[in-house]
Write a protein that binds this ligand. Structure first.
Ligand SMILES: Cc1ncc(COP(=O)(O)O)c(C=O)c1O
Length: 394
């Protein structure tokens, strides 16, 4: 972490870390260094940058700021969250290695591990990470890493970060936490002993649904060199404008997260008391089975809610179609509210029987609660639930 940032609060770090006014021009905002290459004084003698895939000053600012916000030593940015995942995987694992991965991870993570990395010769077990004993039993002599997501997508299950990091350390495994759903504002895994944090910056970090990106943040120097080498060698790097947009979004992460959390809590409570809702899954509700763990490891409970609509698939479809402010779309974490159907959309690539086993039922709907006025969001949900209820009664 940058020493000058150590004593500052999160919201301040987001705005100032690695974003000093430009020395040459005084520009207050980090410029978009829209260039592929950099002039060299002499062959091989340059000012720290030679080619924008290898490094670019706009990207450097984003990487440094993200590292400071997660409390890490190094940040590395990518063209997407999956770019971060594939680069990490190519850099750290080889055929014959074994990875333990949560069974409720993002569908694209599952697809990469299952359909791309498994045929490549890497063994992967997807298991429930809630029970430490099950994880312990899954560790084999060739196990190299534990990959976890918390809260998970879409069922918002929690994994005990501290326990998982300790178990990984005990067995000399690399611990990797996908922190996309929480963002560093809500949860910082490195301080619990996690080795590497992964982000789809496309979500809360960018925050405006206008730029795709990914990042890794490293606790220390251990994997810096190999990951930097692969970042450059594989080439899944963000362009300067994407880095700049992400950095601009990141500046307001604290205020946005506060608003996301407050809106989500109010909607979760409202829906839990509604007769046409079978179940509301939200870590901030006392009914969430891991509410206490959420209180321990999260600063607040996030903007994601999953809800089972009474009346099955048809009622869920009517609910989603009737919403006026929640746009039916994949992705999450933007300022605008979205709704999606995991079984038909984000998790459609998972086999139906695996999906059913995970609890991704046909009446499960996922909400990404935005930062619009809560009165409007509540009214929208209320009218859509009424329409779904009318259908369920027929
Ligand atoms: C938790 C999580 N991790 C990783 C990803 C992949 O990120 P990207 O879409 O930026 O490649 C996503 C995307 O939805 C996600 O939700």
């Amino acid at each position: 972490m940058d020493k000058t940032m150590r004593d500052l609060q999160f919201a301040t770090v987001a705005i100032h870390s690695h974003q000093e006014p430009d020395e040459k021009t005084g520009a207050v905002i980090t410029p978009i260094y829209q260039t592929t290459t950099f002039a060299q004084e002499d062959a091989g003698k340059h000012k720290g940058y030679d080619y924008s895939r290898s490094g670019n000053p706009t990207r450097t600012a984003l990487e440094g700021c993200l590292a400071d916000l997660e409390g890490g030593e190094h940040g590395l940015c990518f063209a997407s969250g999956l770019g971060a995942l594939t680069t990490l995987s190519m850099a750290l694992f080889k055929p014959g290695d074994h990875i333990i991965c949560g069974d409720d991870v993002y569908g694209g993570t599952y697809r990469f591990f299952d359909k791309v990395f498994r045929p490549f010769g890497v063994e992967i077990d997807f298991i429930e990470l809630a029970d430490l004993q099950t994880v312990r039993q899954a560790i084999k002599p060739n196990t190299k890493a534990i990959f976890l997501e918390t809260p998970t997508n879409p069922l918002l299950k929690l994994v005990d970060i501290e326990a998982m990091a300790a178990l990984a350390k005990e067995h000399n495994l690399i611990s990797i936490l996908d922190n996309t759903f929480a963002s560093p504002y809500l949860q910082q895994g490195l301080k619990y002993g996690i080795d590497i944090i992964l982000h789809s910056t496309t979500k809360y970090i960018g925050g405006h649904s206008d730029v795709v990106g990914g990042a890794l943040v490293l606790r220390d120097d251990t994997y810096r060199q190999v990951l930097r080498f692969h970042q450059n060698s594989l080439g899944a790097t963000p362009d300067p404008f994407a880095s700049w947009l992400t950095l601009r979004g990141l500046k307001t992460l604290a205020v946005r997260m506060k608003a996301h959390c407050a809106n989500a809590m109010a909607l979760a409570e409202f829906m839990e008391s509604h007769p046409n809702v079978e179940q509301v899954v939200y870590p901030g509700l006392p009914s969430h089975p891991q509410h206490q763990l959420a209180r321990k490891q999260m600063n607040d409970f996030g903007g994601m809610i999953s809800v089972r609509i009474r009346g099955g698939l048809d009622a869920s479809r009517t609910f989603m179609k009737s919403l006026k402010l929640f746009t039916l779309a994949e992705s999450l974490g933007g300022i605008e509210s979205l709704v999606e159907h995991p079984a038909l959309m984000t998790h459609a690539s998972i086999e139906p029987e695996v999906r059913a086993g995970l609890g991704i039922t046909d009446n499960l709907v996922r909400l990404s609660v935005g930062i619009e006025d809560i009165r409007d969001l509540k009214a929208d949900i209320a009218q859509a639930l009424e329409k779904a209820a009318a259908l369920a009664k027929v």
